[in-house]
Design a protein around this ligand. Sequence first.
Ligand code: ZN
Length: 302
Amino acid sequence: MIDNFDCVIPFHLEKSNIRGRLVRLDGMIQDIIKHHHYPPLVNYYLGQAITLSLAIASCFKFHGLFTLQITGNGPLKLLVVDISKEGHVRACARFDADKITVLDESDLQNSVRVFGEGYFAFTIEPEQDENRYQGVVELTGTSLAEAAHHFFRQSEQLETGLILASSSYGATEATLGAAAIMIQRMPLPTNVSIEDKEQLDDEWIHAMSLVGSITKKELLDRQITNESLLYRLFWENGVRVHDPKTYISKCRCSSSKIQDMLSTFSTTEIKDMVMDEKISVTCEFCGRQYDFKEEEVVRLPE
Ligand SMILES: [Zn+2]
C-alpha cells in the first residue's frame, strides 16, 4: 500500500483553471523534531513551517536548495527549513527558553505573541545557471497561513488559498502531524470571453469555499487516502490527481563542510574553540557532533 503521508500530491481542477497541492506529513516531521527536544509550541510551529515550505517549494522548478526563514523579535526568534532537490528536508529553531515557557496552548492561534515583529522569507539557491530567487514579507496576521497569504499577495504570485493544519498542542515526536492544502488560480487564457471569465471567477470562489470546508481532522486522518480526500472535495470540478513526491528527513552536514566553515576563522578564534584538546561542533539541524584536532582545521593567514 502506498503511504499517504510524508509526500506532496499535486492536483489540478481541469474545469476551473486551478492547480493545487496537498501536503500531509507525520513520520518525516517526527524524525526532524526528535533530534531537537524543543518545547511543544516550537514543535507546533516548526511542523507548520515545514508543511508550508513544501507547499510553496513544490510550486517551483528548482535544482538547488529551497530555504524558508521566519525571524522575529518575540520568544520564537527563528525557524529555518531547507529542502534539497532530492527531497531531503531539515529544520531547526532558535528561541528564548524563558519566554517560550510563559506561552501556552492559546498562543497556537496567536503567532504575533510567539514571533513578535519579524519577517517571512524564502530563497531558492540556484545550481548552475538558474537565477537566485528571494521573496521577503513582514510577518502579518495571527498565523503562519496568514503570513503566507500576505506573501502571495505582495509578491504578485497567483491568487492562492491555503489551509494549514497541525496536531493539537502537546503532540510529541511520536504523534506530531501537519498538513496543508493549497489551491492557486492559473492565469486566464489570453482570448477568454467575458462569460468564460465570469464562469472561472465563480469556480474560483466555489473552490475556495470547498477548501475552507475541509477539517483539520480530515487532513490529518491517515485512514483517508489522498485520492479520496481530493475526490470527495472536488469531484464536481474535474479533479486530476498526479503522482506524489516523497520527502524524507535528512541533513546535509558533513565533516568536510564543517571543516570548510571552521577554515574561515582566524588562528586566535580557532585556539579559543579548543576544549579538551579538540574542537567540537554540533550541527544545529541534526544534532550530530563533529570533533577535530586543532591541526586538522585549516586556517586562513592572520
Ligand atoms: Zn546535520
